[in-house]
Design a protein around this ligand. Structure first.
Ligand SMILES: Cc1ncc(COP(=O)(O)O)c(C=O)c1O
Length: 381
């Protein structure tokens, strides 16, 4: 038996990987399970995107290795998108790098900037990948608590009462997953000043900007952000293209070059057809966003109804692909609460504690479920 590397001792199998196996077993036994856990968009991408992908397959260079930096038209489409949607000016030649989803960017950025022992500020609650990747590269996670009382925004004063001398990187993610909290320009300005004071690279992971959010905001829109930070974005949720694996990292040339140094040693370019489709998607315009919003709004109304049946409370102003709901005071912990509902009603909801200890006492409903199916979940209660 060949022993796996020591680094695997500090990462666990992803919660969903285990839970979805359990759900598949229940389904195989004939149970009807409604999965309201996962944030994988069930809707189709813009139809013209799929057409472009199909039509690209006979292009002369369609099946060759592609550039490590992506097609120039793709980089241009990405920076044009940032200009139109966020009023952020970026140079397509130097300030953007297409990625295979933003998730891989979390690894590339960590490999590019962290040495073993460097400390990393990670939101609690937050996307679990920040923690696992930090552990995989041998850096040290330092959690910073977010709470409903502080609108799920970082408490920078509290952070500054700690020794930050070894902190090299800070993950933020607004609109925030899992809570749906939105950042303000003011908090971004404060974070930039904080990052300058402590020489910390800030990365805003921003895949939910266009989901149920009237005012999409990029961290890079704020003065000074490019000096201290980067932004990750993705077509996964914005254009229902999660399986395509198309994302991007944006920021100043020097930082992008460091990430390219890692990435160019790990893959050999993104499939041509995907890049062509992504270019088309990025040009979809505002009609696309309004149609997406109207579908998610209707679903959210029903999910709110379900949350109320479960005596949960929630914030009607939240953005993103989920409803983050607070369990009643007298309820069990979130994992037990969710397991009981799965057992008794065949409905799977995500327990808040998988996003960190500050997520305990909450559950997360996905909006990637058809209205009829949400109605069926309501009926089961
Ligand atoms: C906060 C956050 N960041 C990144 C990702 C990864 O998205 P992508 O599909 O772009 O890799 C997700 C996916 O669920 C997410 O919730």
């Amino acid at each position: 038996m060949i022993e796996p590397a020591d680094r695997l001792n500090i990462v666990e199998e992803y919660y969903f990987s285990k839970k979805l196996r359990e759900i598949s077993e229940l389904v195989a036994k004939g149970e009807s399970i409604i999965n309201m856990g996962i944030g994988s968009p069930d809707l189709q991408p813009p139809s013209q995107v799929v057409e472009v992908l199909k039509n690209s397959l006979n292009d002369e260079k369609a099946h060759q290795y592609q550039s490590y930096r992506g097609l120039p038209e793709l980089r241009k489409a990405m920076t044009d998108f940032y200009k139109e949607q966020f009023y952020v000016r970026l140079n397509p030649e130097t300030d953007v790098l297409p990625l295979m989803g933003s998730k891989e960017g979390i690894m590339h950025i960590s490999l590019a900037f962290l040495n073993p022992g460097d400390e990393v500020l990670i939101p609690n609650p937050g996307y679990p990948t920040y923690l696992s990747v930090t552990n995989l590269v041998g850096a040290k996670p330092i959690f910073y608590n977010l709470s409903e009382d502080n609108k799920w925004l970082p408490d920078l004063e509290e952070l500054e009462s700690q020794d930050l001398s070894k902190v090299k990187l800070m993950w933020i993610s607004y609109p925030h997953m899992p809570t749906g909290a939105k950042a303000t320009k003011k908090i971004f300005e404060d974070i930039i000043a904080f990052a300058k004071r402590h020489k910390i690279l800030v990365v805003n992971d921003n895949p939910y900007s266009f989901i149920l959010n009237g005012y999409p905001l990029s961290f890079l829109n704020i003065k000074g952000a490019k000096d201290v930070g980067l932004e990750l974005n993705s077509l996964s949720k914005t254009f229902n293209m999660a399986g395509w694996r198309v994302g991007m990292v944006l920021g100043k040339k020097k930082n992008i070059e460091s990430i390219l140094k890692v990435k160019s040693n790990m893959d050999s370019g993104m499939f041509y057809g995907l890049q062509k489709g992504a270019i088309k998607a990025l040009k979809s315009g505002t009609i696309w966003f309004s149609s997406l919003t109207s579908i998610y709004k209707q679903r959210r109304e029903l999910v709110w109804e379900l949350a109320e049946i479960l005596n949960c409370t929630y914030d009607k102003n939240a953005a993103g692909l989920f409803v983050w709901a607070k369990l009643p005071e007298d309820s069990s912990n979130s994992k037990d609460f969710v397991d009981l509902i799965l057992k008794n009603k065949g409905v799977f909801i995500t327990p808040g504690s998988i996003f960190g200890s500050q997520g305990e006492g909450y559950i997360r409903f996905s909006l990637c479920v058809d209205e009829e199916v949400i109605q069926e979940a309501i009926n089961r209660f």
